[in-house]
Design a protein around this ligand. Structure first.
Ligand code: PLP
Length: 406
């Protein structure tokens, strides 16, 4: 792609020879200008079936009319006051999240997933007693927890660390699913274990229920906090309100973000009340976190999610997708939970994803051999079937051109 095409796809005048946006994402291929439910539209009004939802963000689909109305109304009432003052949606949103998480906790509002995790890490250090006490965090290889310096180091992908040394101290990694490795890694300096219930960026790799139960037991036994990062998996996506609930465990801290505002930036860190109370006024803060626009969106999102029973819908739609995709040529397997799925292929996934985009379907190659699907939780059966037909056609075409096994 030429520099000027890149610039144009980012909204710069086509005649610019250098895009004024930093190149952290690589060149975009399409500019989307609007959306409706499971559909996106580009500048030429071409329509695309969105099977990715941002990255598991727009769980109620694009431009949901009730969410749009809540945002619109709030924007005409009050956008922002300092967190030194109260605003009307904070407590209702926190109460709903607390109820969905089993109760007995408190919430801190942030603006993103990384910030929700930063809050969890700071809380673990505060609860652990500061530098004289417990401060370290053990997380898993293959995990993803964010791009700030601390969450980058918690992210168990060493290749992402190299360019950004020195990273903050106090982060250790173990193999995901290996309880003995975790047991050995919990030294006296460890304050918390931080895990995803399904590793999202790592390739849609679910933890087993047994592993999560064993981790819970181990954390309790050693007196360290169990933090579950539900930034991608939370809020119905995996067929339960939070993915760890499949295992019947109660973490001490849970972080979330992506789906909470259906596209409006908001994150949250929930913690058991006695853990949360380690934070004193002045210990943690954010200018924008929990501001009325974001919490108005989140309040409406949660109301719709409960009314629509999105966890059950994700389970049913996920089963329909899994059965249909599993029967296709060139599909080696389908893994994941609910509507967070990876389709393992015997042909190169990036080629399939690129061809699908050309044919009007948005997915993502989460590994070199797997496509990730994270569609709207309100996707219809017809849309699922249409998506499967498009994936089938793209697989056949890539296999024919790349000589993949058939
Ligand atoms: C996306 C993601 C994050 C980071 O969220 P941002 O909003 O991009 O900061 C953290 N953890 C998990 C599991 C994620 O999927």
């Amino acid at each position: 792609m030429s520099a000027s095409t890149h610039a144009a796809a980012m909204g710069a005048p086509a005649e610019l020879d250098r895009c004024p946006i930093m190149g952290t994402y690589g060149p975009p291929s399409v500019m989307f200008v609007r959306g409706e439910g499971s559909w996106l539209f580009d500048r030429d009004d071409r329509q695309y079936l969105d099977l990715l939802s941002g990255l598991a963000v727009t769980s109620l689909g694009h431009a949901h009319p009730e969410v749009a109305e809540a945002i619109c109304e709030q924007s005409q009432r009050l956008l922002h006051v300092s967190n030194l003052f109260g605003t009307e949606h904070n407590a209702p949103v926190a109460m709903t999240l607390d109820r969905l998480l089993g109760g007995g906790g408190q919430v801190f509002f942030a603006n993103s997933g990384a910030e929700a995790n930063e809050c969890a890490i700071k809380l673990a250090r505060r609860f652990g007693g500061g530098p004289a006490g417990r401060f370290a965090v053990v997380s898993a290889y293959g995990s993803f927890h964010g791009r700030t310096l601390a969450t980058l180091h918690a992210t168990g992908q060493p290749a992402k660390h190299e360019a950004f040394q020195p990273l903050p101290e106090g982060f250790h990694h173990v193999e995901f699913g290996d309880l003995d490795a975790l047991r050995s890694a919990i030294t006296p300096s460890v304050a918390a274990v931080l895990l995803e219930a399904v590793q999202g960026e790592g390739g849609v790799v679910p933890a087993t229920d047994e592993y999560l139960r064993d981790v819970r037991e181990l954390c309790t036994e050693r007196g360290v906090l169990m933090i579950v990062d539900e930034v991608q998996t939370g809020l119905g996506r995996c067929g339960s309100w939070f993915a760890h609930q499949h295992a019947g465990v109660q973490p001490d801290v849970v972080t979330m973000a992506k789906a909470l505002g259906n596209g409006v930036p908001i994150g949250a860190c929930w913690a058991r009340a006695d853990v949360a109370s380690a934070f004193r006024p002045g210990d943690h803060a954010t200018t924008f976190g929990g501001q009325p626009l974001a919490t108005a969106a989140a309040r409406k999102v949660l109301e719709i999610m409960e009314r629509e029973g999105v966890p059950a819908r994700a389970t049913a739609a996920g089963a329909r997708f899994t059965d249909a995709l599993g029967a296709l040529d060139h599909v080696v397997g389908v893994r994941g939970r609910g509507l967070l799925l990876a389709v393992e292929l015997d042909v190169p996934a990036p080629d399939v994803a690129a061809l699908l985009l050309e044919s009007g379907v948005v997915v993502n190659a989460v590994t070199p051999t797997a496509l990730r699907l994270a569609p709207s939780l309100l996707i219809t059966d017809d849309e699922i079937d249409e998506g499967v037909r498009a994936i089938d056609a793209a697989l056949a075409q890539v296999a024919a051109t790349s000589g993949g096994a058939s």
